[in-house]
Ligand binder design. Structure first.
Ligand code: FES
Length: 167
């Protein structure tokens, strides 16, 4: 039977609740790329990149098709195993993503920092490696492959002079 909205007054109409909107999710492929569907994927030059049908984003730093994965993680033997010298990830350590929490909920987006991480907001992330104090609304994901705090950026892209002129 079709459910009709119920008029409570001349100004208020209550109908069936809309389904709760799920936050989009970033998945980590083991020793491989980030898997994500994203409407708003933009590089550091302000160019919008196609990501709405699902993309594999490089996180080993070696792809020749950055920011997309080209399978190079297999060639270089990329490992996302935790490093023994792992240090706590704090927002302030996350390279170029060190932005204050505003408290507002922003639409999901991924911005590619110049020669740096993916700056993510509004996504859930499949990881057990959240550190104390890390923001779940806004975070920086390593794309140089060198972070000791994978999947998060810890600023290593600077010390290894990670370069991605194309983005
Ligand atoms: S991109 Fe910052 S540590 Fe890898």
């Amino acid at each position: 039977m079709k459910q009709e909205p119920v008029a409570l007054s001349s100004r208020t109409v209550v109908g069936p609740s809309p389904p709760a909107k799920q936050r989009p999710r970033i998945r980590l492929s083991r020793n491989g790329p980030y898997l994500v569907t994203v409407d708003d994927l933009t590089n550091s030059k302000g160019e919008r990149l196609q990501g709405w049908n699902g993309v594999a984003l490089c996180r080993c730093g070696a792809s020749l098709k950055k920011p997309f994965c080209d399978g190079s993680h297999i060639r270089i033997g990329f490992s996302d195993d935790p490093r023994p010298e792992r240090t706590p990830c704090r927002v302030a350590d996350c390279g170029d993503a060190a932005q204050p929490e505003s408290g507002e909920v922003n639409p999901p987006s991924i911005r590619i920092a110049r020669n740096g991480p993916y700056m993510v907001q509004g996504f859930d992330l499949d990881t057990e490696n959240w550190s104390e104090g890390a923001s779940r609304e806004r975070f920086a994901l390593c794309r140089c492959g060198g972070s000791k705090n994978k999947p998060f950026c810890d600023g290593t892209h600077r010390s290894i002079d990670f370069q991605d002129d194309g983005n």
